[in-house]
Design a protein around this ligand. Structure first.
Ligand code: TNX
Length: 527
């Protein structure tokens, strides 16, 4: 066991004192100055207790961390913007000015939560049970510092934090974002940039839509033409592209370094024109269709009666399963309007069995519940625009977990207003109030909060071409969804949330994030 150093002891004592004083409240006289935490952290933490003091990071500050990855991540960001040396020691016996510790966290923080303590004399202490919790605590720490801390170049400071304690852990275990790299191709570097942006808001799943009518984006060794031919175009007729398996593995590892799990999606049996164009033998009539660069949906289908179809599904999902450490393979299943209902049920049943045989759990759009209850451990992702999906509710009653992505609240490709240059309107306009104004745990008729695994914001890319476009559609709405996924419902407050969101503006400005300046938020001058 590590000895409690004098400094840490002081932190603990001061924290306890602060809690006691705060607990005494108004009736107990002016023991501490009335003070509250600044309302700046997104997603809102479970509890915040200010002690009325501040702590300013000195130029001589040091960092200690029980986890090398998270310590290195924090040091990288702080060194760039503060210009301080910030030496990092991993596994040190006595805490640095900023200490990331895997001991002493309350049990209530669980696998992803943390306790953050800031005090004038003790500096910063983040305690968690696992590295993911330290990482999420680091995000909160960064948000308590001036926004310029996110700048890649040295900024003036001072780097002052409010004193007190934050205790925090997530409401839901699944807090996702989806990026469609099929309609328009995005490189691994572009996706890693998005991962870094998502990580700021404690998102822990990245769902990659890897195939669609317009493009197949992942190399499959047993079916090489999928990528080289099926990946050779995109919406609008550009040159498209694909990831090698090494590219995919590198993105999976990068996501893991941000405590984010990749969920790969191969959309089937519809949304498969790129595959059908690549191999004539996959078509019922033996004729390959042309590559497709438009934006219609629902016209393609794998050939359900063909035995080769299941060899294809098995080999594609087998290669993907081997490359994917996360638990889920997403089989799509949406908008299969050119597949009959009975063919659809046959196909989905077989595809689900193949996922299970490869040792993974099924994830699919909620349409898959039209084919009956998915296998144990499955997640169905709701994307409808109503609050009722009877087959999904029936599957949930049989144990299928629900991920909430109602298109009229959670779709990041919907326009904010009529005037938004990018995006679509079929599910409605989604500004900040709409993205934030619903409860994922109490939304669908017949689906209870305990059946909801979490929330995901999908970004379809028919109209999205650049990283600046991704930024514009995801920010500021993605943080609204992230807060719905992380924060207890008791913190839900539209006015307080938009104020917290405003505090993100200077961070995005410092990072070069091309965010939409929603008129529903008052953004600080200059951001
Ligand atoms: C519906 S929602 C789709 C996608 C489109 C999107 C555009 C769902 C599961 N499928 O194929 O890209 O609308 O908003």
């Amino acid at each position: 066991m590590k000895r409690l150093s004098a400094r840490r002891l002081l932190v603990v004592v001061l924290t306890a004192l602060g809690l006691v004083c705060a607990g005494l409240g108004a009736g107990a006289g002016p023991a501490v100055a009335a003070s509250t935490f600044p309302n700046v952290v997104v997603p809102a933490p479970v509890s915040e207790t200010a002690d009325g003091t501040t702590f300013t990071l000195p130029a001589t500050a040091t960092i200690t961390s029980d986890d090398a990855n998270t310590g290195g991540y924090l040091a990288g960001i702080l060194r760039a913007s503060t210009g301080y040396a910030l030496p990092l020691t991993v596994g040190a016996a006595s805490p640095g000015t900023i200490a990331l510790s895997l001991s002493g966290a309350p049990a209530s923080v669980g696998a992803e939560g943390y306790q953050l303590t800031v005090s004038t004399s003790g500096g910063v202490l983040i305690q968690a049970q696992q590295a993911a919790g330290l990482f999420h605590g680091v995000q909160t720490l960064l948000q308590l510092l001036p926004g310029s801390v996110m700048s890649p170049t040295v900024q003036p400071g001072p780097w002052t934090l409010p004193g007190g304690t934050i205790l925090d852990h997530p409401r839901f275990g699944y807090r996702g974002a989806m990026l469609d790299i099929a309609r328009h191709f995005f490189t691994p570097a572009q996706v890693e940039r998005y991962i870094d942006e998502l990580a700021l808001y404690k998102v822990n799943y990245l769902h990659l839509h890897l195939s669609d009518d317009q493009g197949w984006r992942i190399a499959v060794n047993s079916w090489p033409d999928l990528a080289t031919y099926g990946g050779s175009t995109e919406v609008g007729g550009g040159t498209g592209g694909y990831w090698t398996q090494a590219d995919y593995s590198a993105v999976v590892a990068y996501a893991a370094s941000r405590y984010m799990t990749v969920v790969p999606e191969i959309d089937m049996p519809g949304h498969t024109n790129a595959a059908l164009a690549s191999y004539a033998s996959l078509n019922c009539n033996g004729v390959a269709p042309a590559l497709y660069t438009g934006t219609n949906v629902g016209f393609s289908s794998l050939c359900v009666s063909l035995p080769l179809t299941y060899t294809f599904v098995d080999q594609v999902l087998g290669e993907l399963a081997a490359l994917t450490p996360g638990p889920y393979l997403h089989i799509g299943g949406d908008e299969a309007s050119s597949t009959s209902a009975s063919d659809y049920a046959t196909f989905i049943g077989k595809a689900e069995a193949i996922v299970t045989a490869h040792g993974k759990s099924v994830m699919g759009w909620h349409d898959i519940t039209n084919a009956g209850t998915p296998p144990a451990g499955a997640q169905a992702q709701f994307w409808g625009t109503t609050t009722s999906a009877p087959n999904l509710a029936a599957a949930a009653a049989n144990g299928t977990e629900v991920v909430m992505s109602p298109a009229n609240h959670a779709y990041l490709d919907m326009k904010y207003t009529r005037k938004t240059r990018l995006g679509q309107t079929w599910a409605g306009l989604v500004d900040v109030d709409t993205a934030y104004g619903w409860d994922p745990g109490n939304y669908l008729t017949g689906v209870s909060g305990s059946q909801v695994a979490g929330v995901e914001g999908p970004l379809w890319t028919e109209t999205i071409v650049t990283s600046a476009d991704i930024d514009y559609m995801a920010f500021p709405r993605l943080p609204a969804l992230a807060e719905l996924g992380w924060s207890p419902w008791s913190t839900h407050d539209q006015t307080a949330f938009t104020a917290r969101l405003g505090a993100q503006g200077p961070r995005w400005k410092a990072m070069g994030v091309n965010y939409y300046h929603s008129t529903q938020v008052s953004w600080p001058a200059g951001s």
